[in-house]
Design a protein around this ligand. Sequence first.
Ligand code: ADP
Ligand code: ZN
Length: 215
Amino acid sequence: MKIILIGPPGAGKGTQAAAIREIYPAAHISTGDLLRDNVRRGTVPGLEARRYMDSGSLAPDDLIINMMKDRLAEDDARIGFILDGFPRTTAQAEALDAILSSMQTGLDAVLMLDISDEDVVRRLSGRRVCVSCGAIYNTVNRSPEKEGVCDSCGGAVIQRNDDHEPVIRRRLAVYHADTAPLTAYYDKKGLLRRIGASEAPDAALLFLETLKGAI
Ligand code: ADP
Ligand code: ZN
């Protein structure tokens, strides 16, 4: 299973990726997670990407493409992958086509998660994450038992720098300008499937049904 998840920030790409992995073995590859890991480790690409991430703009294509070339060459990606947050520009989509054809493989589907901008702002401004294990909380209906402390690992639960409203709005603008055009790119190839993402997270179930029908 080789699929791409496209959708605005906060559409629930990570949640959907986890749900898909329950039925199809595949590596979940999130460029956002890879970048944050590089930032934490203080690598050269991490240091370069950081200022883009904090302001809500996209990191440079060549940085992302090189990172993904390496990641897709790893063993676990051979059985299948779910790309979450990549590609985000036409240049990245073209580079991915070239990488996959050099690996003599291709894509099975591109799932586009539809959600309104206002729903995104509401979701992301309440989102909190554990810096140690990545567990996701929110201020509306899922706070950790002890304020600021992760229920599963005891790590610090924080608001991501880019989950403040002005940065969320900027990420949405970037999404509409640079990433939304990819829907036409993949539609032309006959790979695009649209999925409503405004419902609560248990929409994952509905989503799985859609997916089974689509592939
Ligand atoms: P979200 O999907 O919630 O916006 P991510 O965790 O996927 O957030 O990405 C966080 C940040 O990392 C982005 O705002 C951007 O700066 C950078 N980033 C992630 N993926 C890419 C990509 N494919 N191309 C360029 N920048 C990226
Ligand atoms: Zn944790």
